[in-house]
Write a new protein. Structure first.
Length: 192
């Protein structure tokens, strides 16, 4: 079924069209949310929220852009809103006692790998995730959409509601900042 047909049917509240759109975009949305919030449970919840918003606001979809781009924009916006809400909660965290760390770590599973290699890969992933988390949100999102999802600068510009030249600049600054952060980390690690 063509995208225009799907959108038309979805605007008519056709559940089958929604199921197709959900099936075609679910993995991309959950990955986008996870890369922004770094929490699997939150990414799962946000993915559900995104598709509720798709269902409820399909009438505002402009047919001039791709449906997947519109869905990505909702995912990115929802994820950034979630992070802002978490920052507000952290401001008041000092008022409550801390009982433990609920943060989940990304697991890397490779059954045929040597344990030393697994540990090395996990460490590299942790270092890279930490470096990515130090980037400003717009740089991190632009970089991840470009590298992980192999999106063009034009697609990223549509998702972030900005210009192509701004996206190119964000990706360039993200690369430079990652280089600085990783250089500093490995220089300190090797010198200790």
């Amino acid at each position: 079924m063509l995208e225009t047909e799907l959108v038309t049917k979805l605007k008519q509240r056709d559940e089958e069209a929604f199921k197709i759109i959900f099936h075609d975009n679910q993995k991309k949305v959950i990955n986008a949310c996870y890369r922004i919030v770094n929490d699997k449970d939150a990414a799962d919840d946000l993915t559900q929220e995104v598709f509720v918003k798709v269902w409820s606001s399909i009438d505002s979809f402009r047919s001039g852009s791709k449906l997947s781009t519109w869905i990505y924009r909702i995912a990115v916006t929802s994820s950034l809103d979630y992070l802002r809400a978490q920052k507000r909660k952290k401001r008041y965290l000092f008022l409550q006692p801390l009982y433990g760390d609920d943060q989940k770590q990304l697991e890397i599973k490779a059954p045929d790998c040597h344990p030393g290699t697994l540990m090395e890969n996990a460490e590299r992933m942790m270092v890279l995730n930490n470096a990515l988390n130090k980037l400003p949100a717009n740089q991190r999102i632009s970089f991840l959409l470009s590298k992980d999802d192999e999106m063009s600068s034009k697609e990223i510009a549509e998702i972030l509601d900005t210009t192509v030249s701004a996206v190119v600049s964000l990706i360039h600054r993200a690369k430079k900042n990652l280089e600085k952060i990783l250089h500093k980390y490995y220089t300190n690690t090797l010198n200790n």
